[in-house]
Design a binder for this molecule. Sequence first.
Ligand SMILES: Cc1cc2nc3c(=O)[nH]c(=O)nc-3n(C[C@H](O)[C@H](O)[C@H](O)COP(=O)(O)OP(=O)(O)OC[C@H]3O[C@@H](n4cnc5c(N)ncnc54)[C@H](O)[C@@H]3O)c2cc1C
Length: 141
Amino acid sequence: MKTDYLILGSGLSGLVFGALMAKSGKRVQVLEAHEYPGGFGHTFTMAKKYRFNAQLHYVWDCGEGKPVNRVMKRLNLDKDITFERYDQNGFDHMRMPNYALDIPSDSQELIRRLSDLFPEDADKISKFVFEVKKIREGLKI
Ligand SMILES: Cc1cc2nc3c(=O)[nH]c(=O)nc-3n(C[C@H](O)[C@H](O)[C@H](O)COP(=O)(O)OP(=O)(O)OC[C@H]3O[C@@H](n4cnc5c(N)ncnc54)[C@H](O)[C@@H]3O)c2cc1C
């Protein structure tokens, strides 16, 4: 079989690229070294009843018109693959011996919560969160 694209690895990047090319009429072949496809995005079962994801915990930018949503639409998968929003007031719950922190979606609220916990580092926390925001904006498609 003539192949237009030979993709090594069936992680999210290989699968998305392969699916987009196949949808546009190209012949695609994906080779995977592992016994399951999906790379860091795959899920596995242990002791027959516990399901783990390999790495992926959150998927950003899947709202209407955002990059993930646009790719799903292009592949006609947006009705089949849907996303649930995490709790915006605390999508992660950190419990340490001396403090507890629920991580909110809003960066100002995150700065406020962290600064309450570590008042002496409030300036550094604020600068760090701002830098991360700037990088994120710069990476947006
Ligand atoms: C701890 C951790 C947590 C993360 N959490 C998140 C998160 O919450 N949200 C998020 O968006 N991102 C998260 N990421 C990042 C995300 O998992 C990766 O960016 C993404 O999965 C990478 O996809 P990929 O297709 O580039 O590579 P991979 O998922 O690594 O896939 C590569 C594939 O190639 C295969 N392969 C390798 N070599 C060969 C070969 N020679 N021949 C054939 N096959 C081969 C591998 O077996 C694998 O299946 C996290 C990463 C880590 C490490």
